[in-house]
Design a protein around this ligand. Structure first.
Ligand SMILES: Nc1ncnc2c1ncn2[C@@H]1O[C@H](COP(=O)(O)OP(=O)(O)OP(=O)(O)O)[C@@H](O)[C@H]1O
Length: 303
């Protein structure tokens, strides 16, 4: 794995306000990282710093080994960006829009054309003015623009907001393909549930400070939140021994539920599954990203 983005001791101040405060992290090739936080937490500021649109007040930012604020064309060419709200010239067609950005990035037009298929914009639509596009089609065009020149680093600000579930899925499929090709993808999002299983790593920011950074499993280990085990007993049989031991089972009819610590979990599951004939169903719910997010933010002041 090679590091593609390095943020070291970075702060960004606007007069007295710290939009970002002493943040450090690295992003690697082939990694999809979610940047999450409340409104005003500093996500867009971090993305702007990586794009070189603003300079840090302190610390340094490196993208593909260079300072992005220097405006090095070779770096900009390998950096893709999808802003939170894409706004295109409504009178231009999809093809004209993409050609415009392709010229700016010095990408040949034939490869730009192939992006329409990749993002799922039908040929019938590409020669229509953007004015006639739905929100999802505009987002696809935005993504095609971000993918121009096969970027090594892709920064996506709230990429799935306003998209329907089918579009979201196809969007994440595309991201998975980019990850396989070794691109670094950072996406900021409020949609925590959909990030599970899709982001390799999650960085949580609050009031400009990084408060958590790790894979979902790592964050679960740190947070030590309980796992919920729900077991529905088969009708007619005797109550299993494990249901009588320990005081944490809550029983509603045939349904038994308990919140158990990471240490207890394996032992209990072992006991429960020793007699599968006694069970109708068994569900094991690990803490979700929503739970972890609430945990890491608890006790913190939020904006
Ligand atoms: N150009 C600016 N001048 C002054 N303050 C700014 C500027 N840009 C951002 N801020 C402030 O910095 C803080 C972080 O803003 P930022 O836009 O990075 O948050 P965010 O996490 O992207 O929020 P959202 O989820 O709402 O997009 C906010 O308090 C914001 O008001």
């Amino acid at each position: 794995m090679t590091i593609t983005v390095e943020i070291a001791g970075v702060s960004k101040r606007y007069s007295k306000l710290h939009a970002v405060k002493d943040v450090a992290f690295g992003l690697n090739t082939g990694e999809t990282v979610a940047l999450v936080g409340h409104n005003g937490a500093g996500k867009t500021t971090l993305i702007k710093l990586m794009l070189g649109l603003i300079r840090p007040t302190e610390g340094h930012v490196r993208v593909l080994g260079e300072d992005p604020a220097r405006g090095d064309f070779a770096v900009r060419q390998r950096l893709g960006y999808l802003p939170e709200s894409v706004s295109f010239h409504l009178a231009l067609t999809g093809r004209e829009t993409l050609s415009f950005y392709a010229r700016l990035k010095r990408v040949d037009l034939a490869s730009a054309d192939r992006l329409f298929e990749r993002v799922g914009l039908a040929q019938e639509a590409v020669d229509r003015p953007v004015r006639t596009y739905s929100k999802g089609m505009r987002q696809r065009l935005g993504l095609a623009q971000a993918l121009l020149g096969e970027p090594r680093v892709l920064l996506l600000d709230e990429p799935t907001s306003g998209l329907d579930p089918a579009l979201r899925r196809s969007f994440y499929d595309l991201i998975a393909g980019l990850r396989e090709q070794g691109a670094t993808v950072m996406l900021s999002s409020h949609a925590l549930t959909e990030l599970e299983g899709r982001a390799d790593r999650v960085i949580i920011v609050n009031r400009g400070i990084k408060i958590a950074d790790g894979t979902l499993d790592e964050l679960r280990r740190i947070a030590r939140l309980p796992t919920r085990i729900s077991a529905r007993l088969a009708d007619g049989g005797p109550a299993p021994a494990w249901a009588n031991g320990g005081s944490h089972w809550k029983r509603t009819g045939q349904l038994l539920e308990a919140d158990v610590s990471p240490e207890e979990k394996i032992r209990l599951l072992h006991d429960i599954t020793a007699h599968p004939e006694q069970l109708a169903t068994l569900t094991v719910a690990e803490p979700t990203l929503d739970d972890l997010y609430a945990h890491f933010l608890s006790g913190q002041e939020t904006p």
